[in-house]
Design a protein around this ligand. Sequence first.
Ligand SMILES: Cc1cc2nc3c(=O)[nH]c(=O)nc-3n(C[C@H](O)[C@H](O)[C@H](O)COP(=O)(O)OP(=O)(O)OC[C@H]3O[C@@H](n4cnc5c(N)ncnc54)[C@H](O)[C@@H]3O)c2cc1C
Length: 306
Amino acid sequence: MYDVTVIGGGPAGLNAALVSGRQRRKVLVLDAGSPRNAPAQEMHMFLSRDGSSPAELRRIGREQLLTYPNVEFREGAVAGAAGESGAFVLTMADGSVERTRKLVLATGQVDVLDEVEGLSALFGRGVYHCPFCHGWETTGLTLGVVGRELPQIMQALYLADRFSDDVIVFTDGHPVPEPAAVKLAAARITVIDTQVTRIEGEAGAVRLVLDDGRTVERQAVYHRAPTRQHSDLAEQLGCRTLPDGCVRVDEFQRTTVPGVYAAGDMARLEALPDALTFVVTGAADGARAAVWLDQELFREDAGLNG
Ligand SMILES: Cc1cc2nc3c(=O)[nH]c(=O)nc-3n(C[C@H](O)[C@H](O)[C@H](O)COP(=O)(O)OP(=O)(O)OC[C@H]3O[C@@H](n4cnc5c(N)ncnc54)[C@H](O)[C@@H]3O)c2cc1C
């Protein structure tokens, strides 16, 4: 029986395990090894690690974690989660079973990149989802924005505001509502509403092939892809989700299921308009979950509840 099992070995899960391990808890980390930023060569906005490799961050994180003898790290996917606070049962994809008193879910989100052929192959290498992560590096480049939905399309306004004077929106055959079209025109953003057949090329030279035979060259393309939960474990456990699919947590990173905490991209406070999906905020969530979870264990063991 572990005190704490962390599912997911990205920045959120690794930091939760580090904080729990340092409080002498018996900790298990289970990780399937496919983090969201796997396609990216660089990560930004993490103090002292700006521009470094995300894979290297995880490698160092695991290495430091394993200096604590009470922490175990195991590669593999968790297929099933059931039980209640004090007695959760996890079933691994290989059929093995683990038992734990408390759970931290840090399984992340997946970008769904099926809107246009070629998006997936160039994702993180010419096609980007987030101006916070990649905006600086695309300053002054010719930019394309691909999207059918209004929030995707309006990302163009944001990019034109600070990163480029040459932004084209590709709405993939969908019309732009009148008020939005006026705003885009005022920002001198061109709209191409022809269907995009495919996207090809490489970082710095991306080609959008249109249904009418035209090809448009851009140095970088933005696409705010829809996201989904990387795993259905929160759903299996009965955790409440918000309309955008994020798991609802409170200020303590607690889900609506007692004993189950959630951290990182997969979870957010209901009061926020959107999830903050960054490495640094994931790591902070993980630390927060581990601290409050530790207090919960301490109070239970010391008979301080109620
Ligand atoms: C292309 C790209 C570039 C990015 N660049 C930046 C950047 O520059 N700066 C920045 O701050 N953010 C960046 N991000 C966002 C960043 O990747 C995420 O915010 C961060 O990875 C979230 O960490 P996490 O721990 O919540 O999830 P992840 O890092 O996604 O880790 C989740 C882990 O859980 C594992 N897992 C899932 N299901 C299971 C299961 N059932 N059993 C066991 N393990 C499981 C996964 O395999 C994975 O290893 C970028 C994202 C992308 C897509």
